[in-house]
Design a protein around this ligand. Structure first.
Ligand code: ADP
Length: 353
């Protein structure tokens, strides 16, 4: 490829990133059928190259059940972790230029949110998810720049039943969160000073998360986990400094819980999840409508993410889908949520090959 070609490709990406400021971008990823899964009728009927997606209800495969959606990108079941991260990398790297960025994964439990954000348990480097790749990338690039001196720090918290817990401390519940800064007040910040710190810090956090999960029966799918990567840069030539960062969020499962079927703790959890996901949707929707009042205060999640949503910040929503026929209704509600926050209208399925 010619030098000009590379430059104009970079310029194109640069322009795309500039456009993203204050807007939300939506990528949709469909996970593969899992080994041993018997039923392989997919709800996904068509994936276009430009982000088109058509889903159908395999139980009623008529015209009525076909719905078409359009996002910034759609990944089929064969997309690799590297491919997905390749489309996110520029966004992540813009943190070093002073932008705040929020990347969150949304979808029902089992749709691949954790796979995309973290990768499989004990996965190889090839299987690393966005968290590891982003932290690694930011650390690596920050070390290689000669005009800036950067410090990179990491925080990890979990929000469960509207309570925020520091995953890098021993079971510490955090208080008030309202803040204009990206860093989570009072949460431990672990500095990354060599590449091996990336794995080490993430492991402490995820181990802490796993511990609460086993104790409370799959709690991880009912809590939000937020990895914050904070960057402080000092301009060595001209003086001055910048503070910016990245929120990487693995949201609680978005599935609707049948109120008639759950009671007690389970009902309380479901109500908290519904409330916080609805609050996130409302915040992004009002940002997209340029509404003068943005309801950040309605949930801990939106309070915590405030600095990386709207304004000069850049937001990416990773919509996860489980292709199984039995998940059709949940997938449809996930796609509608994404559509609402991206501000794109729902249309009837267009004809396609
Ligand atoms: P969630 O976090 O949404 O509950 P998981 O990330 O745990 O879902 O995914 C559910 C299962 O599917 C896991 O066993 C995971 O390893 C697998 N999985 C998800 N996405 C992929 C993918 N793109 N490729 C291979 N396996 C995947």
């Amino acid at each position: 490829e010619s030098y000009e070609g590379v430059v104009s490709e970079n310029q194109k990406l640069h322009n795309e990133i500039q456009e993203l400021k204050g807007n939300i971008r939506v990528y949709c990823r469909i996970r593969p059928f899992l080994p041993g899964q018997k039923e392989r009728q997919s709800t996904v009927d068509y994936i276009g190259e430009n982000g088109e997606l058509i889903v159908v209800n395999p139980a009623k495969p008529g015209k009525e059940s076909r719905r078409s959606f359009k996002y910034n990108k759609v990944y089929g079941p064969h997309a690799t972790q590297a491919e997905v991260y390749g489309d996110i990398q520029q966004l992540v790297q813009s943190v070093l230029d002073g932008y705040n960025v929020c990347i969150f994964a949304y979808g029902q439990t089992g749709s691949g949110k954790t796979y995309t954000m973290s990768g499989p348990d004990k996965g190889s480097q090839e299987e690393w998810g966005v968290n590891y790749r982003a932290l690694n990338d930011l650390f690596r690039i920050s070390q290689s720049r000669s005009t800036y001196k950067y410090e990179v720090g990491v925080q990890m918290v979990e929000i469960y039943n509207e309570q925020v817990r520091d995953l890098l401390a021993n079971d510490q519940t955090l208080g008030i969160l309202s803040t204009a800064s990206l860093a989570v007040p009072d949460a431990n910040m672990h500095e990354v000073s060599e590449p091996s710190d990336v794995m080490r810090i993430m492991e402490i956090g995820f181990k802490n998360r796993a511990r609460s999960t086993t104790a409370m029966n799959e709690r991880s799918s009912r809590s939000h986990s937020v990895v914050t990567i904070h960057v402080h840069g000092t301009d060595l030539k001209n003086g001055g400094s910048l503070n910016a960062g990245l929120h990487l969020v693995d949201l609680a499962g978005s599935e609707r819980i049948d109120r008639a079927e759950v009671v007690g703790d389970r009902l309380k959890e479901a109500q908290h999840i519904n409330k916080s996901l609805a609050a996130l949707g409302d915040v992004i929707f009002s940002l997209s409508q340029k509404s003068p009042h943005v309801p950040f205060r309605n949930s801990k999640l939106t309070q915590l993410l405030q600095a990386s949503l709207g304004g000069q910040a850049k937001t990416l929503m990773l919509v996860q889908l489980n292709p199984e026929a039995a998940s059709y209704a949940e997938s449809l509600s996930t796609l509608k949520f994404a559509e609402r926050v991206s501000g794109v209208e729902l249309g009837p399925a267009r004809s396609c090959k």
